[in-house]
Design a protein around this ligand. Structure first.
Ligand code: 2AL
Length: 232
């Protein structure tokens, strides 16, 4: 099967690291096609960024559909454009926030999120509410570093991320941690080993969820609001 992994920001470094994470967990016969838009925003850190990124992301979904990929992943923790993307195709489309929330609740009663800038916290809160996971998430912690620091300042961001995850483990009364950015995906294995509790990264979670849907022959329902956009 072929999965299109879309990094909706224009950072090629982040697209590369997301692709690597996805390939590390993909099944032998799964091909990962990693793409990002040539236009848009370099990182997604607020509502305006999300609106711009969603617009360009939808073009990439159309491209993936033309290539007849078997599934699409929106590899940004705000899951920008998810519902609109699902209207465009019947191949499954999964956002990394929803993938991580689903996975976390299968193995822990409660989880906390460790994400990037404080201003992105409200986006995660809205998603938890929308997906029905508010009561499962104990706390949202922010390392308060810009998204692109995950690429340019790897050592410092890793250390901050690790310390915040350790703090959440000790203080939140949780069983698992969700990493709140596509750019954090590359750190999930190392952080899991240090923390010794489940740490869930949405990119890798989404790959395995798409593979599961594919294996079961399940595709996005076209009966109802996810039907193709109406012709004008
Ligand atoms: C994100 C993400 O995952 N990628 C990006 O550009 N912005 N969201 C976030 N909360 O850091």
């Amino acid at each position: 099967m072929r999965i299109q992994v879309i990094n909706p920001n224009t950072s090629l470094e982040m697209t590369q690291s997301i692709a690597e994470s996805a390939r590390n967990v993909a099944a032998k016969l799964t091909e990962i096609i990693a793409v990002s838009p040539t236009q848009g925003v370099a990182s997604i850190e607020g509502h305006y960024d999300e609106a711009i990124a969603s617009f360009h992301l939808l073009d990439l979904i159309k491209q993936g559909q033309a290539q007849q990929v078997d599934g699409h992943i929106i590899a940004c923790f705000g899951d920008p454009g998810l519902d609109a993307a699902r209207e465009l195709t019947d191949a499954p489309v999964i956002g990394i926030a929803e993938a991580a929330f689903h996975m976390a609740t299968l193995i822990a009663t409660k989880f906390s999120i460790v994400t990037t800038l404080k201003r992105t916290k409200i986006i995660a809160e809205h998603l938890l509410h929308q997906y029905g996971y508010t009561h499962k998430c104990e706390k949202i912690h922010c390392i308060d570093l810009p998204v692109l620091d995950l690429e340019t300042n790897e050592t410092e961001t890793y250390e901050k991320l690790l310390q915040m995850c350790l703090f959440a483990k000790q203080n939140d009364g949780i069983g698992a941690i969700v990493l709140g950015c596509g750019g954090m995906s590359k750190h999930v294995e190392r952080i899991s080993q240090e923390l010794k509790i489940p740490v869930i990264d949405g990119v890798t979670a989404a790959v395995k969820l798409i593979e599961a849907l594919h294996g079961l022959g399940l595709r996005t329902s076209k009966w109802g609001d996810y039907d193709y956009p109406t012709q004008k």
